[in-house]
Design a protein around this ligand. Structure first.
Ligand code: AMP
Length: 362
């Protein structure tokens, strides 16, 4: 376990800037290091301080995210610089990733060949392979968590973000977890079976399928239907949407949509698949001729963005109602009452945050 110590105030060292995004337990804001002027991203996480509270994250989960990020120093994985904490909040100072989401970048293009898409897939696989070699599963790979370092660069770098659900698998441990995003989760997650890093490989299959066709392979009209489709392996490459897709790309996806985790392609194997690493001139030519279905992809992305905004508004409203309910109940002296820390959470300012240097990281 990471050992933390000593103590400085986050705002003494960083100027807190604009909001870059929001997650389940707080916001990500741009921060500027006062000493150097360098720009970083500060992830402000509310901490739940008693088990009965429904507000905030459990401290042990934040510590797990920190430990995972400390272990992952790779060009395609968002880097962790520093950690600050108070009783009610933790701030992770992270590498600032300013190029936005990969899917948004692609949606701005008029056309894209499979070769262009493969350049990005390769980087995703390198980052994921690095994690998996350390027995760390991300467990929430989806387009929102795949960003670009700088979209103006001629060859922008992929950066994998959000290690909130990541887990380091210990040998002999059976790790089960039923979280994730319905469209991207694998059958073993739904069945609450012991998980392996192969969970991420299934999600890479889904991401590749969407990238090439603009369709989500298992999407049903409801989440229940989506989950049923995943368990039944109910997907197809319909001729209309996959008319521009190479046979190698379909083979790549098929080898990821495999129910048995042990039979699914690993990141290492993916990197050697002929779609990613063509062996013959004919394979190279096939890749260059095949392209992404941009019309449907743009539609998929627009719908995804709309849904994300809708979810964010819904989550804010729900949190607001929960806080109101807690306050009203407390005033009425009812049983349903937030723990002290919930009330404190809403009032804590970043100024009260204290730095904990990760003593085993420097
Ligand atoms: P998260 O809570 O990690 O899912 O982050 C919420 C949102 O904040 C993401 O969807 C991104 O839009 C944004 N974000 C997270 N980390 C960074 C970062 N290092 N640099 C820039 N934006 C980020």
């Amino acid at each position: 376990m990471a050992v933390f110590n000593m103590l400085e105030n986050v705002e003494d060292l960083y100027e807190i800037g604009e909001v870059l995004g929001s997650g389940h337990f707080g916001q990500v804001r741009e921060v500027r290091e006062r000493a150097t002027g360098a720009r970083w991203a500060g992830k402000f996480l509310k901490i739940r301080k008693c088990a009965s509270s429904r507000l905030g994250m459990e401290r042990k989960n934040v510590e797990r995210e920190v430990e995972v990020l400390q272990a992952l120093q790779h060009p395609n994985i968002m880097a962790l610089k520093d950690v600050f904490e108070s009783r009610a909040e933790v701030v992770l100072v992270l590498e600032l990733i300013s190029g936005g989401e990969l899917f948004d970048f692609i949606a701005e293009k008029e056309n894209l060949t499979e070769s262009d898409a493969i350049d990005f897939m390769k980087q995703i696989l390198l980052g994921v392979g690095f994690m998996h070699n350390k027995q760390i599963g991300h467990f929430d790979l989806k387009p929102e968590n795949i960003m670009l370092s700088d979209k103006m660069a001629p060859n922008p770098d992929i950066k994998i973000i959000d290690f909130g659900l990541a887990h380091c698998l210990q040998s002999g441990e059976e790790y089960r977890c039923m979280s994730g995003t319905p469209q991207y989760i694998s059958p073993e997650v739904i069945n609450y079976e012991p998980l392996s890093t192969a969970v991420d490989m299934w999600s890479i299959g889904v991401i590749t399928y969407i990238l090439l066709s603009g369709l989500s392979p298992f999407q049903g009209d409801t989440d229940e239907e989506t989950l049923r489709n995943i368990i039944a392996l109910n997907y197809k490459f319909d001729d209309h949407h996959f008319s521009m897709t190479s046979a190698m790309a379909k083979d790549f996806i098929q080898k990821l949509f495999v129910k048995d985790q042990n039979e699914r392609m690993t990141a290492e194997e993916c990197l050697h698949h002929p779609w990613i690493k063509p062996l013959t001139r004919k394979q190279v030519a096939n890749r260059n001729r095949s392209s992404i279905n941009m019309k449907t992809f743009k539609k998929f992305n627009a719908k995804r963005k709309w849904k994300m905004s809708y979810n964010m508004v819904w989550m804010c409203n729900r949190l607001h109602r929960l806080k109101l309910l807690c306050k009203t109940s407390a005033q009425a002296g009812e049983e349903l009452r937030p723990c002290e820390s919930d009330q404190e959470d809403t009032e804590t300012k970043p100024a009260s945050l204290i730095r904990r240097r990760l003593s085993n990281s420097s």
